[in-house]
Design a protein around this ligand. Structure first.
Ligand SMILES: NC(=O)c1ccc[n+]([C@@H]2O[C@H](COP(=O)([O-])OP(=O)(O)OC[C@H]3O[C@@H](n4cnc5c(N)ncnc54)[C@H](O)[C@@H]3O)[C@@H](O)[C@H]2O)c1
Length: 351
């Protein structure tokens, strides 16, 4: 298999996107090794566990042996949103920038050419929202720690790029849709959950903010298609990947409309004078031209699929902090401090 260049390492493969991507890679005939710290466990990969290799570890202090026999790398491992990056900015830099450097430099040493990097459209974040579509050539000056770290990681990968190393940056919009490792801290997923749980959606700052959005299945397909495109089309290039730009208010009304036969849902709109919303809308034209298609899945199907899961009693323990990256990180760091001072939770019992 590996002779056919089909053995893929997915860092962060046990996360929200990884748990959709890994089964799809298998269906497309790839062998898969997941390298992940397993911050959220590996239960999201349970259905494919017998068909893949899972290596638990940290990209900070990356062990190059993880790349043995690997042909291509998809690098997802990260602190993966603004609140976690703002909670731990130094760790965010270490993981998202220096950790990326370690994996990428190891790939260069191992002559592994293909490296697809999980970048983000939040690189375009600004407190002075543009009303125009931003493409990949737009000058950007992110200020939020998460966006800065994605931009710095792109820059260092560009410096490493050359005939023997072909990194590509997928600047994905905010992802939505069901995954075996679920997140409800992403806007469409949060709306679906609130519609089920509260019959009510709350929109802040008048819901004026623009966001590009992308279905998690389309994200997974984009990663695999990147592995398969000729190098000259994708070497050291960023691609915005989105289905469509939505205003948050429009999104709330869409969710209400999609669920109209199931529930009557209220949309509350709050206005604030003191919040400057982060807003951006981006163009997916470059992706369309290079890849020959535009991600086609809209939010309707994803919202209905999430509701179908709720109706089956799946993922309805909404109080579980694992569904919200910032809540989980805060809880783990608190527990880590507590355990360090307390020692083992229970005394070891002789049997
Ligand atoms: N979800 C989105 O809307 C979105 C949008 C744009 C870009 N992205 C990017 O896509 C990637 C995946 O996002 P996700 O939603 O699946 O996130 P996630 O938080 O669900 O998964 C991240 C995974 O990375 C692992 N990880 C974290 N730190 C690690 C470390 N130091 N070493 C090894 N593994 C580590 C975690 O255990 C987890 O399994 C991230 O890089 C994120 O920044 C996500």
């Amino acid at each position: 298999m590996s002779k056919n260049k089909r053995f893929v390492l997915v860092t962060g493969g046990a996360g929200y996107i990884g748990c959709v991507l890994v089964p799809l890679l298998l269906r497309r005939g790839y062998r898969v090794r997941v390298f992940d710290k397993l911050v959220f466990g590996d239960e999201g990969l349970a259905e494919v566990a017998g068909q893949i290799e899972i290596v638990q570890g940290d990209i900070c202090g990356f062990d190059e042996g993880v790349l043995d026999d690997i042909d291509k790398v998809i690098h997802l491992a990260a602190l993966s949103n603004d609140p976690t990056a703002e909670f731990a900015p130094r760790a965010n830099h270490l993981i998202n920038v220096e950790g990326t450097r370690q994996v990428a430099e190891a790939c260069v040493r191992r002559k592994i050419k293909r490296f697809v990097f999980a970048s983000s459209c939040s690189i375009y974040y600004t407190l002075n929202p543009y009303e125009t579509l931003l493409d990949e050539d737009a000058p950007i000056k992110p200020t939020a720690p998460y966006s800065v770290s994605k931009q710095q990681a792109e820059s260092l990968l560009c410096e490493l790029a050359g005939p023997e190393f072909c990194p590509t940056f997928l600047r994905k919009g905010t992802i939505f849709g069901p995954s075996p490792r679920m997140r409800y801290d992403l806007v469409v997923n949060a709306f679906s959950k609130d519609a089920w749980d509260k019959n009510r959606l709350t929109v802040f700052a008048g819901g004026e903010m623009w966001r590009p959005l992308l279905d998690v299945q389309d994200a997974a397909e984009a990663y695999i298609n990147t592995l398969e495109l000729p190098e000259e089309i994708i070497r050291a290039k960023p691609f915005n990947v989105l289905h469509k730009n939505y205003r948050i208010l429009e999104l709330a009304h869409w969710t209400k409309y999609v669920l109209r036969d199931k529930r009557s849902i209220e949309v509350d709109v709050l206005y604030h004078d003191d919040i400057l919303p982060r807003s951006y809308q981006v163009s997916g034209e470059r992706f369309g031209e290079a890849f020959g298609y535009t991600p086609h899945r809209g939010i309707s199907q994803a919202v209905l699929s999430m509701w179908q899961r709720f109706e089956q009693g799946k993922g309805t323990d909404f109080g579980n902090p694992e569904y919200y990256n910032i809540a989980w990180l805060k809880m783990l760091t608190t527990m880590q401090k507590r355990l360090a001072s307390m020692g083992p939770v229970l005394p070891t019992v002789e049997t």
